[in-house]
Write a protein that binds this ligand. Structure first.
Ligand SMILES: [Zn+2]
Length: 64
């Protein structure tokens, strides 16, 4: 009956609600938010990749 109802999702970056279908940037609301998330992700993996290697500034970060 309501199978054709569009799926609404909330953008994980800004929280704006967008229609999932026909959205090239899903699950984001726009290209801008998709870019933000990608930058966050790549920054995180960059830190992980660097961690456990040599520390340039000599600061030890053991989490706790
Ligand atoms: Zn957004």
């Amino acid at each position: 009956m309501e199978n054709k109802k569009k799926r609404i999702i909330a953008c994980p970056v800004c929280g704006k609600t967008v229609v999932y279908e026909n959205n090239p940037y899903r699950p984001f609301c726009s290209r801008g938010c998709k870019g933000v998330d990608f930058i966050r992700w790549s920054d995180e993996s960059y830190k992980i990749a660097k961690d456990g290697h040599e520390n340039d500034n000599g600061v030890q970060n053991n989490g706790e």
